[in-house]
Unconditional design. Structure first.
Length: 179
């Protein structure tokens, strides 16, 4: 996912939410590359990094004088069977809040409400071609550690088109618990 803008351009308020990423960042490329943008919000995504992958989860860099400011990663589920690193570069005001970091995370960012428990996913890493093959990323339960704080202006439905609850805290990641 690229969120990039050179220093004299305008890119403010980008929102990336309820996406599912499996084995992206091939050949050691990064999952997120961010530069020169302001006030980006990345929330409720599920990212799976496979066994044979070792790559940056996020790289922040400068582009023609543009430095990322006030990027927020909130309630993302980052499931790593391989290995990921984090390079915050010269970014300013970057915040990680209430994310689930499972697996091999080298130098993870500070996240005061981080969760490291194994997420109750049906079968992570099992996605193939076609939407129906992604059922492995559905939740099998919703334990208390998987509940995150509501995000203002949240979407009405998750990745699988299930409604986001308004009467309780929603799940971390792209899938909501459906009983």
């Amino acid at each position: 996912m690229l969120i990039c803008s050179p220093g004299k351009s305008y890119n403010e308020g980008t929102i990336i939410r309820y996406n599912l990423s499996q084995n992206d960042g091939l050949n050691s490329a990064r999952v997120f590359h961010i530069s020169g943008v302001k006030d980006s919000l990345i929330h409720n995504n599920t990212i799976y990094v496979g066994t044979n992958q070792s790559l940056p989860f996020v790289i922040f860099n400068e582009w023609a004088g543009g430095i990322a400011e006030n990027t927020r990663f909130v309630k993302n589920l980052i499931y790593v069977d391989g290995r990921v690193t984090y390079d915050l570069g010269k970014s300013r005001g970057t915040v990680f809040e209430n994310n689930l970091f499972y697996g091999n995370h080298a130098n993870p960012p500070s996240d005061l409400r981080a969760v490291t428990n194994a997420p109750p996913l049906n079968n992570p890493g099992s996605g193939l071609d076609g939407f129906t093959s992604l059922a492995g990323y559905r939740l099998t339960s919703l334990p208390p550690f998987m509940r995150g704080q509501p995000v203002p202006g949240n979407a009405s439905h998750d990745f699988f088109s299930q409604p986001i609850p308004t009467n309780r805290p929603p799940a971390i990641g792209c899938a909501e618990w459906v009983q």
